[in-house]
Design a protein around this ligand. Sequence first.
Ligand SMILES: [Zn+2]
Length: 80
Amino acid sequence: MIKYTLQCNDGHVFEDWFASSSKFDELSANHELSCPQCGSTEITKTIMAPNVASAPAAAPAPSCAAAGGCSNMGCPAMQG
Ligand SMILES: [Zn+2]
């Protein structure tokens, strides 16, 4: 038995078990698969993507370590 994550042409994602990968192809070709949410028979196998956590995009807050050299008027280093 093999479990596939499937998606209909309406974007509904669901999972189903098949005896083999060729069995899925057979059922799909014969439109014997249907979406449990909308009944669509346009079912495709989704690519099983590994769980890769995307790296945080936020850059670290700029630190004003340039004492006396900061030209930013809003910089806390300019307040005193
Ligand atoms: Zn659907």
